[in-house]
Design a protein around this ligand. Structure first.
Ligand code: SF4
Length: 457
């Protein structure tokens, strides 16, 4: 399909072809699902909501609930107040959530609907019972990406819900970033292993990876409860994972409640996981147990076993900025060479941080924010790579150029492992290594001359 891509690059300033991102409300909807008993509400047309739900469903392989203001031509002209008013009444009477998390879309943002005023009116008219909370985030898709939307919704949780009572609670907040439920579960497992009481929000484990029991539950048992999120202001501290997705809500919590935060990168690879363990250990004043030291040691053992196959390999990476930054760091730890590193999101921190990571080992790497897969493919055509890492959309480039491809990030629409197996922390790094080695050796086994095929690598 992409065989027509040319190596010659023409200057483009107002066109993106296959951007490495998707739209803000998807991130907001995903974050909202990490609150227990929450109904995400999309204030816009039905098409937006259907797309966002189906995109999340295809990645998580679980049903994604959300309601919509169902804009028609009339609401597009006169505004969506009547629709949202009616929607809130219907949601509260039919679906009975504990909280409604409203996000906007391009259309309602262009109209300029004032969500807090509409919600206030609905509450005054008795359409929202006092037992049901309503929060909102502005998520116009003509700026930012799904990561911005995620961050905006988590910041809204802080602004609407978190409180400081003055009675400290022995718990550490973890704002996990836009990662899969399996990754959230793994971070909680590590903290539990250290004997630390954590409050993760949002938390989509047991929501979007819930077991098949034969009984449909609109609100699965997972998710941080409203009461738990409210208590975050009394926690010892906050560990925020990812500059783009998690640092803004951590800063908002610090400003609102004075809760100190450790602003880290996603724990992908060795050094980033070390920093997570260290931050948890410091906040909770505990020792790191031997079991975690052994997990780390097993990862180092794997790396020393296979390092010779990874050394100097040229890699192209694309995806969400926090994930790509963390993966770049991990690949450098493996002595690989991330030569092309892009994200579709905007923010100078991306280019600065990746540049800093690569300045010694790959000083001539091409690093770009607000980038697209078309240009990445052109770079690859000019000078090839040994490995491509990114979401499912990369498979077309991998096929056109016959490059080993490791699926990584969001969305993964054509595989299932991400649903169960984490990529964060020491065990997640083992899985990433396994996938990288499989991709290299599968290609070699397929293509090497018969007389050179090796049984033992
Ligand atoms: S980009 Fe805007 S119009 Fe398109 S699906 Fe997203 S919110 Fe809706």
């Amino acid at each position: 399909m992409l065989n027509g891509t040319t190596a010659e690059i023409k200057e483009r300033s107002a066109l993106r072809i296959n951007p490495a991102k998707t739209c803000q409300p998807i991130g907001a909807m995903y974050a909202a699902l990490g609150i227990h008993g929450c109904m995400p509400h999309s204030h816009g047309s039905q098409g937006c909501c259907s797309y966002h739900r189906s995109h999340l469903t295809r990645h998580y392989k679980d049903p994604v609930i959300a309601t919509t203001s169902s804009f028609t031509e009339g609401s597009s002209v006169f505004g969506g107040m009547a629709n949202l008013n009616q929607a809130l009444e219907n949601i509260c009477t039919i679906y009975k959530p504990e909280i409604v998390a409203i996000h906007t879309t391009c259309l309602s943002e262009v109209i300029g609907d004032d969500i807090p005023t509409i919600v206030k009116k609905a509450i005054e008219e008795g359409k929202v019972p006092s037992t049901i909370k309503v929060i909102h985030a502005n998520t116009p898709s003509f700026v930012g990406s799904h990561i911005t939307g995620f961050s905006n919704m988590v910041t809204a949780m802080v602004k609407y819900l978190c409180e400081k009572t003055g009675e400290p609670i022995n718990q550490v907040n973890v704002i996990p970033g836009f990662i899969d439920p399996a990754d959230m579960r793994e971070i909680k497992r590590l903290a539990k292993e250290m004997g630390i009481n954590t409050l993760m929000f949002p938390d989509t484990s047991d929501v979007l990876d819930s077991p098949q029991t034969g009984v449909y539950e609109m609100y699965p048992k997972g998710g941080a409860t409203v009461a738990q999120i409210t208590s975050a202001g009394d926690s010892i501290g906050t560990v925020a994972l990812g500059h783009f997705a998690s640092h803004p809500p951590a800063i908002a919590l610090e400003e609102k409640c004075g809760t100190p935060s450790a602003q880290l990168e996603l724990p992908i690879g060795i050094s980033a996981t070390d920093q997570l363990i260290d931050a948890l250990r410091t906040f909770a004043a505990v020792e790191v147990p031997a079991s975690i030291v052994q997990e780390r040691g097993r990862l180092l053992d794997t790396i020393s076993d296979i390092g010779q196959y990874l050394y100097g390999k040229r890699v192209a990476i694309f995806g969400d900025p926090d994930q790509v930054i963390a993966l770049t760091q991990f690949l450098v730890e493996l002595d690989m060479k991330p030569v092309y590193v892009i994200t579709g999101s905007q923010g100078n921190h991306f280019e600065n941080r990746v540049g800093e990571i690569l300045k010694e080992q790959v000083p001539d790497a091409k690093i770009k924010q607000n980038a697209d897969l078309f240009e990445l493919h052109q770079w690859i055509k000019q000078e090839g790579v040994d490995l491509l890492m990114g979401n499912t959309y990369g498979k077309y480039i991998a096929r056109a150029e016959n490059i080993p491809f490791v699926r990584f990030g969001f969305p993964i629409l054509d595989r299932i492992g991400h649903r169960v197996f984490p990529i964060v922390a020491y065990q997640g790094a083992q899985r990433l290594l396994d996938k990288i080695i499989d991709a290299f050796f599968d290609k070699k086994d397929r293509e090497v001359a018969e007389e050179l095929i090796e049984l033992v690598q």
